[in-house]
Write a protein that binds this ligand. Structure first.
Ligand code: KG4
Ligand code: ZN
Length: 345
C-alpha cells in the first residue's frame, strides 16, 4: 500500500501526517499557534512563519518515528504549496523539497483547497465523484462540482468575506477573541436564532455568489446598540449565515447536475448547526450528505497527504522541485471572478 507524508503550514497550524492509499492515518501531529496569535486577536503572518520554522521539523520526525518508517519508505511527500500566508507556505514547501531531494522521494505540491475538497474521501471510502461541495473556511466560501482529482468547477464564491471570516469578525465584535468560529458557535447555543433582526445578503439574488460583509456590519450595529444580549446576536448571526448558505446552494443546485452527494469541507464545516442544516437540505433532495469528522475539517496535514495519495493513485506526475509557492491559487482557474468582488481566488 502506498504511504504519503503530508505537510501543512498555510495558516496557523503546523502539521505533519502519514496516510496510506487505503485511507489509514498512520500517524499525525498538529501544533496549533493559537496561544502565539491570541494577544493580537488574529493571525500575525510573521509570527506564524517563524512558528512554522520552529515546529515543523520535530513534527515530521515524530510522525515518522511513531510509524516506525523513514522517508525512503514513503511513496511521496505532499506539501501545501498555496494558497495561504506566503511565509508559512514557503516554510512547508521548502522543507518538503529538501526532504524530497535528500531521500529521492517524489514531491506533490498540493493546493490547500484541494486538500479540503478531497478530505471527505479520506474519511468515507464510499464517496464517489462527482459530488457537490460546499467549501467553507477562513479564506474561502465556494460551491463547487468535484468531478475527479484535479477537476473542479466553481459555481459560486464570495464577493467579500469568506464565511469563516464572517464568523471570526463577528466573534471579535462580541468580544470572543480568536479563534472566533468555535467560540461563536458555543455562545449561540444560549441565544435565540430570531432574537435579533439581521440581514441575509444576496438572498434570492440571480447571481450565484455569497456576501457576508453586510451581515458582519449589522452585527457591529447590533452590538453597539446595546439592545441585545451577545448570545442572541451570536445565535441570530449563525442563523442568518445558515439561511444565506442554504439559499445560495438552492440557487446553484440545478447547475450542479447529477451528483452522488452533498459534501461540506473546510473549517466552518466543524459547525454543528451548519452541518445539521446541510443534512436537512440534502435529505429534502434525496441526496447523500457527507461531512468529514471535525479533526479533518479544520486545517490538518492528513488531508494534504491524502490529496497526494489521490494523485499517486491516478498516476499523476510528481511536481518539479522548482515549483513555486503560490499566495493565490484558485481551484478552478477557469472560473470568472465574481462581479463586484474584491477578488479572492
Ligand atoms: O479550514 P480552516 O481551518 O483554515 C482555513 O483554510 O481558512 O478554517 C478556519 C475557519 C476559521 O474562520 C474558523 O473560525 C472557522 O473555520 N471555524 C468555525 C468553526 N470551527 C472553525 N466556524 C464556525 N463554527 C465552528 N465550529
Ligand atoms: Zn484550510
Amino acid at each position: 500500500m502506498t504511504l504519503v507524508l503530508g505537510i501543512e503550514s498555510s495558516c496557523d497550524e503546523t502539521a505533519a501526517a502519514l496516510v496510506t492509499g487505503d485511507r489509514v492515518i498512520v500517524s499525525e501531529r498538529i501544533a496549533s499557534q493559537i496561544a502565539a496569535h491570541q494577544p493580537y486577536g488574529g493571525v500575525v503572518p510573521e509570527i506564524a512563519a517563524r512558528a512554522h520554522v520552529d515546529r515543523l521539523a520535530p513534527l515530521i520526525e515524530a510522525v515518522l518515528e511513531e510509524a516506525d518508517v523513514t522517508l525512503s519508505d514513503c511513496d511521496a511527500i505532499a506539501a501545501t504549496a498555496g494558497p495561504g500566508l506566503i511565509g508559512g507556505v514557503m516554510v512547508g514547501l521548502v522543507s518538503a523539497k529538501a526532504l524530497a531531494m535528500a531521500s529521492g522521494t517524489p514531491l506533490y505540491a498540493i493546493n490547500h483547497l484541494e486538500g479540503h475538497a478531497l478530505s471527505p474521501r479520506l474519511a468515507d471510502a464510499a464517496l464517489e465523484f462527482p459530488y457537490a461541495l460546499l467549501l467553507v473556511s477562513g479564506g474561502h466560501c465556494q460551491i463547487l462540482r468535484v468531478d475527479g482529482v484535479g477537476q473542479y468547477r466553481r459555481l459560486a464564491t464570495t464577493i467579500d468575506d469568506a464565511l469563516g471570516e464572517a464568523f471570526d469578525k463577528s466573534a471579535k465584535l462580541l468580544g470572543l477573541g480568536y479563534p472566533g468560529g468555535p467560540a461563536l458557535e458555543k455562545l449561540a447555543l444560549k441565544g435565540g436564532a430570531s432574537a435579533v433582526p439581521l440581514p441575509r445578503p444576496l438572498l434570492g439574488s440571480k447571481e450565484p455568489h455569497f456576501s457576508f460583509a453586510g451581515l458582519k456590519s449589522a452585527v457591529l450595529r447590533a452590538t453597539e446598540s446595546g439592545a441585545y444580549k451577545n448570545a442572541d446576536i451570536a445565535a441570530s448571526f449563525q442563523q442568518a449565515a445558515i439561511d444565506c448558505v442554504l439559499d445560495r446552494l438552492q440557487h446553484s443546485f440545478p447547475e450542479l447536475g447529477d451528483v452522488s452527494a452533498l459534501v461540506v469541507a473546510g473549517g466552518v464545516a466543524a459547525n454543528q448547526r451548519i452541518r445539521g442544516a446541510l443534512e436537512g437540505f440534502a435529505n429534502d433532495r434525496a441526496l447523500r450528505f457527507v461531512a468529514p469528522p471535525l479533526a479533518l475539517c479544520t486545517d490538518n496535514a492528513a488531508m494534504i497527504a491524502w490529496a497526494g495519495a489521490e494523485r499517486l493513485a491516478i498516476g499523476a506526475e510528481p511536481d518539479p522541485l522548482e515549483f513555486a509557492a503560490r499566495p493565490r491559487w484558485p481551484l478552478d482557474p477557469n472560473a470568472e471572478p465574481a462581479r463586484g468582488a474584491g477578488v479572492k481566488a
